[in-house]
Design a protein around this ligand. Structure first.
Ligand SMILES: Cc1ncc(COP(=O)(O)O)c(C=O)c1O
Length: 429
C-alpha cells in the first residue's frame, strides 16, 4: 500500500513538473525595449517643436528615397501616375511630382478634382473611379476659368454604356468636349467593362458622339498581388495583360481605324503591382501612391526596397501603472499579468483606435480584454519600454488613404528636426 501510494505521488509530482516546465516554455517572453535611435530622435524633434498632441509625421528623407527608388525601378520605361487619394496633401503631391518628374495624377472625388484643377493648372488628371454624372456636371459648374483645361487635361472614367450615355447627354446639353477613359475588368471584378459586347456598345456611343473623345483605358489589377499562390499570381497577371490587350485592340480598331494608339493612356497597376508592368505590354503608364509612404498593408515582397515614411506620434498621458481590469473583474487582470509579462504595465495614450499599429517602443499592444478607445487608448507592455508621461508612442498606419487626413497639418521631419507643416486635403468621400 505504502509503495503504491508513493509511486502515485512520484508520478503526480513528475506530471506537475512537466506541466510546469511546459507552461514555462510557452509563457510569453518579454518583448519590450526602449525606443530605437530613430524614434528617440523623432521624439526629441517633436518635443523641440512643441508638439504634444497626436501628429502624423512624414520622414522627408525616406519619402524622397522611396520616390527615387521607384523612379529607378521603373527606369523610364513607363510614366508614373500618382494616386492622389493615397497621398491626400497638396505639398506631399508636389514633392513627389517634382521628385518623380510627373504631372499625372489619379483622382477619386470632386473636392480633390476641384482643388487640383484650381491650384495646379498644369496637371493631367485621370479619374480612378466612375463618378455619378451629376458630380461631373457640378465640376463644370464650379470651374472658374484659369489654366486648367478639362478638354485637354482631364479624363473621366466610365464603366457602363448607361453611364457613358449620361456623360454624352451632359456633353451635348452643356456643349462640353469631354475625354473619357474606359474602365475595364482585367480580373479584379470590381466592375468595369467585362465583355466585348459591352465594350462594343460603348464604342458605338463614342463613335457617334463628337463631343466625347476616347482617351484610353484603366485596368486595375490589385488582385494579382493578393492571390495566395505564385502560380495563381502568374496566371492572373498573364490573363490581365491579355484581357487588356484584347480590349485595347478592339477599341483602337473601332475608333482609330488605320491609326495607332498615339496619345491614348492605358493605365494599369497600383503600388503592389507597379513592377509587373515594363512598357512591353499594352499598359503605357502605371499608377502608384501608397507605396511612397509605405503603410504596413504594403509590406510585400515587391515593395521590400521601400521604407516606411509615415508614422503617427502621440504622447503618453498615464504611465507607471500595473495593468488592471475594472472593478468586478480585477482578478482577470491579475491572472493576465501573472501569465504574460508583456501585459504587466498599462499606458494610456492621447487618442488611439486608428488604422495603425504601435511600433515604437516595441512590445506595446492593446489589451484583448480592456476595451479600445479613440480618446485614451490603453496599451500594455512589460515596462521595458521605459515610457514616462509625455513621452511619445509611434504607430505605423496600415494604409495612408484617409489616415493621413486625421491629424491636421502633417509634421514633416528631416535630419532629426521638424522642418515643415503640410496642410492636408479635407477628409471628403
Ligand atoms: C484605380 C486604381 N489604381 C491604382 C490604385 C493604387 O493606389 P495605391 O498605389 O495607393 O495602392 C488604386 C487604389 O485603390 C485604384 O483604385
Amino acid at each position: 500500500m505504502m509503495v503504491a501510494l508513493k509511486r502515485r505521488a512520484v508520478i503526480t509530482a513528475i506530471g506537475a513538473g512537466l506541466v510546469g516546465a511546459a507552461a514555462l516554455a510557452v509563457r510569453p517572453r518579454n518583448k519590450g525595449a526602449p525606443h530605437s535611435e530613430y524614434f528617440a530622435r523623432a521624439s526629441k524633434a517633436l518635443r523641440a517643436a512643441g508638439i504634444a498632441t497626436p501628429a502624423l509625421i512624414i520622414d522627408r528623407e525616406r519619402l524622397l528615397a522611396n520616390a527615387n527608388k521607384v523612379v529607378s525601378n521603373v527606369a523610364g520605361r513607363l510614366p508614373v501616375r500618382l494616386v492622389a487619394k493615397s497621398l491626400p496633401c497638396l505639398p506631399l503631391i508636389d514633392q513627389l511630382m517634382q521628385a518623380m518628374q510627373t504631372r499625372r495624377l489619379m483622382v477619386f472625388n470632386l473636392p480633390y478634382l476641384q482643388e487640383l484643377a484650381a491650384q495646379r493648372g498644369d496637371v493631367d488628371l485621370l479619374l480612378g473611379k466612375p463618378l455619378p454624372v451629376a458630380v461631373a456636371a457640378e465640376f463644370y459648374r464650379s470651374l472658374k476659368g484659369g489654366q486648367f483645361q478639362p478638354g485637354r487635361q482631364l479624363q473621366w472614367l466610365v464603366d457602363t454604356p448607361q453611364r457613358l450615355a449620361q456623360y454624352r447627354d451632359l456633353a451635348r446639353g452643356q456643349q462640353l468636349d469631354m475625354r473619357v477613359s474606359l474602365e475595364i475588368d482585367v480580373g479584379l471584378h470590381r466592375g468595369g467593362i467585362d465583355s466585348p459586347q459591352v465594350m462594343q456598345q460603348m464604342l458605338d456611343i463614342l463613335k457617334s458622339e463628337p463631343r466625347l473623345q476616347w482617351a484610353g483605358m484603366m485596368g486595375y489589377d490589385a488582385h494579382v498581388s493578393k492571390l495566395p499562390l505564385a502560380s495563381l499570381r502568374e496566371k492572373a497577371l498573364v490573363d490581365a495583360k491579355a484581357i487588356y490587350h484584347d480590349y485595347a485592340a478592339q477599341a483602337t480598331q473601332a475608333l482609330r481605324p488605320g491609326g495607332g494608339a498615339e496619345g491614348l493612356v492605358f493605365n494599369a497597376g497600383g503600388s503592389p503591382t507597379y513592377l509587373l508592368h515594363d512598357g512591353s505590354g499594352t499598359a503605357n503608364e502605371v499608377a502608384l501612391g501608397s507605396a511612397l509612404v509605405k503603410p504596413s498593408d504594403f509590406d510585400t515582397e515587391g515593395l521590400k526596397d521601400l521604407a516606411p515614411a509615415a508614422y503617427i506620434a502621440t504622447p503618453v498621458l498615464k504611465a507607471g501603472r500595473h495593468f488592471q481590469m475594472p472593478r468586478g473583474v480585477e482578478a482577470l487582470g491579475d491572472a493576465v499579468r501573472a501569465w504574460d509579462v508583456n501585459q504587466e504595465q498599462v499606458y494610456f495614450i492621447y487618442g488611439g483606435n486608428w488604422m495603425a499599429d504601435a511600433v515604437s517602443p516595441v512590445g506595446l499592444a492593446p489589451s484583448g480584454l480592456y476595451g479600445n478607445s479613440s480618446n485614451q487608448q490603453a496599451l500594455l507592455g512589460s515596462g521595458a519600454q521605459q515610457l514616462l508621461v509625455d513621452d511619445f508612442v509611434f504607430f505605423r498606419p496600415r494604409q495612408s488613404e484617409s489616415v493621413l487626413q486625421q491629424f491636421g497639418d502633417i509634421v514633416v521631419m528631416e535630419g532629426g528636426n521638424v522642418t515643415e507643416r503640410w496642410p492636408v486635403m479635407p477628409p471628403m468621400p
